[in-house]
Design a protein around this ligand. Sequence first.
Ligand SMILES: [Ca+2]
Length: 366
Amino acid sequence: MPSSKVVTPVKTGVQYFCNTLKFLDSGVHRNDDFGSFPTFDESVIPHRLSAIATVIVPQGVRKDPARIVFPFIVAITFLLFLFGSVRPAAADWKPLVERLTADGFNRQTLETLFNRPEVRFEPDAMADKIQALLRSRTDSPDDIARLKTTVRQSYLRKRVIDRAHSYMLENRVVLEEIQTLYSIPQEIVVSILLIETHLGRNTGNRLVFNRLASMALSTDLETVKPHISGSLLTPENEEFARRRCREKGDWAYNEFKALLRLAELNGLDPLEIRGSIYGAIGLCQFMPSNVFSYGVDADKDGQINLFTKSDALHSIASYLRGHGWRPGLDRDGQHRVIFAYNHSTVYANTVLAVAGKLKVRSRLRP
Ligand SMILES: [Ca+2]
């Protein structure tokens, strides 16, 4: 089956430029599902281009733009050549289609989907996962001890807490309903929503289809090896990397199946669902399989839609209760449940710290 999808060089170049601006704008590198950064306003791009042009283009050229036409064409041609050669790696989706067909999915539907121009093989998804796992193996006991008490301080800033507190006031009715139904304190629910998606403002812009399908196709380490930093992979850890690649590939395969089922159930185009770099979706950043296990149709419109506030907030609480949250749970117990939501000690520390701040803030005058 044809599978190498060509993205036009121009589009690739523009995306690269925009991503660079986004990275510079964020000031933070996001290397896992935890640790999002401020929402990027794409409307600033024209202003920044103008500012950059003012700095780098000589005044004479600015007054007489015709003088720059030839060098500009040469530069663009060079960029087209450069970015055109950095297209996504070619992929043969056939093994994935075969596996899905054997699991009961319709072959023709799959072939139609995988032939669409939006479909891209993105090996960086699995490569990043494996790199993170390899790096965590080299953590010293001191590093691990430090992580146990580390909190992302940026979420504790006054203006961030004030914003989350305002959100609590604005959504008091639904949050009190959740507290009654699931026994989850509203500060915990809002803290998770804050850290996952900045209170729903940044739900991720990646095509979940591509992220999950690429990982599901990458069960063999050889597929992603060229994308893993050479210094990280050694003869000593290669077997570990190989095993984890297989396990993560199987995990992604199950999530991809859940994505297809979810799209079918809700009458959605699976190639229009956007989310995080690892395929988490909605305001609460659920992996697709969790929608079936813990998703709640709170507004009773017949669909679990995690991009709507009430469904997402109820679903967070449902997940926490399903993972053992009970009234009177001590801090260690709460930490364990939150860790189940997002497997990061620092994440769980931060959720509890933000919730504590919100509790104190609620005692003050609004
Ligand atoms: Ca709903």
